[in-house]
Ligand binder design. Structure first.
Ligand SMILES: C[S@@+](CC[C@H](N)C(=O)[O-])C[C@H]1O[C@@H](n2cnc3c(N)ncnc32)[C@H](O)[C@@H]1O
Length: 213
């Protein structure tokens, strides 16, 4: 599928109807989501025919992009049942399979690397300090091939150091720096829209060292 077609399909998806601030429910827009998954698929070969998990899938944008780019099997996981309902409707509208699991990522009981690739836009940790790193810790435990994740650029040094030193990543690379649009979703937002600097990361779990991509 062409990038423009992917972006257009992702642009048609329903998003959070009443977003929950405590869960940092900000949707990834179609421009960023399409480029994130397109790069994972076409530059690194991490999507086509792979088992992909979307951590904190919300309304399913990243996971659905993986299905559209020919992942073998995609699982979307989120703590919020209402978001999962919307993700299910989105999958139905696109006529693709998306398996959905309600769970707290921090308590995910999966043992070992049973997923090829994890894609995620985790909570940035603005409401619950360290939430993004909790997601990354679990992602690097269950992925065998790669983890793609968005983190605030201000946390770059911390993310890199922690991933390599404590979370068993063999490499941690910022693929690109993005401006992430946060629309006026919540009452405390004074401006119609703000954008924040965000890094798109690609992490490789240590056990995958030497494996051909
Ligand atoms: C920034 S939003 C991203 C949503 C979606 N992946 C996207 O890209 O549009 C973060 C998502 O993580 C979910 N979330 C927050 N804490 C969670 C947790 N502990 N376990 C599972 N999901 C969680 C939220 O409900 C929300 O859907």
């Amino acid at each position: 599928m062409k990038l423009k077609q992917l972006e257009s399909l992702l642009g048609s998806l329903q998003q959070f109807s009443s977003p929950k601030i405590e869960l940092e429910q900000y949707p990834t827009g179609p421009h960023i989501a399409s480029r994130m998954l397109y790069t994972a698929a076409n530059t690194f070969g991490d999507v086509n025919n792979k088992v992909v998990a979307d951590f904190g899938c919300g309304c399913g944008t990243l996971g659905l992009a993986a299905t559209l780019l020919d992942a073998e099997h995609v699982i979307g996981l989120d703590i919020d049942p209402q978001s999962l309902e919307i993700a299910a409707i989105n999958a139905e509208d696109l006529e693709v399979d998306l398996n959905l699991v309600q769970c707290d990522i921090r308590n995910l009981g999966w043992r070992g690397p049973i997923i090829d690739t994890v894609v995620m836009n985790p909570p940035f940790g603005t409401r619950k300090k360290g939430a993004d790193m909790d997601f990354l810790f679990v992602a690097l435990k269950v992925a065998s091939q790669a983890v793609y994740s968005l983190h605030k650029t201000t946390t770059r040094d911390h993310v890199k150091r922690t991933a390599l030193r404590d979370y068993n990543a063999s490499s941690a690379e910022v693929i690109c720096e993005l401006r992430f649009d946060v629309p006026q979703l919540y009452k405390f937002h004074k401006k119609r829209e703000v954008d924040i600097a965000v890094d798109l990361w690609r992490f490789v779990p240590r056990r995958n060292q030497g494996k051909c991509l």
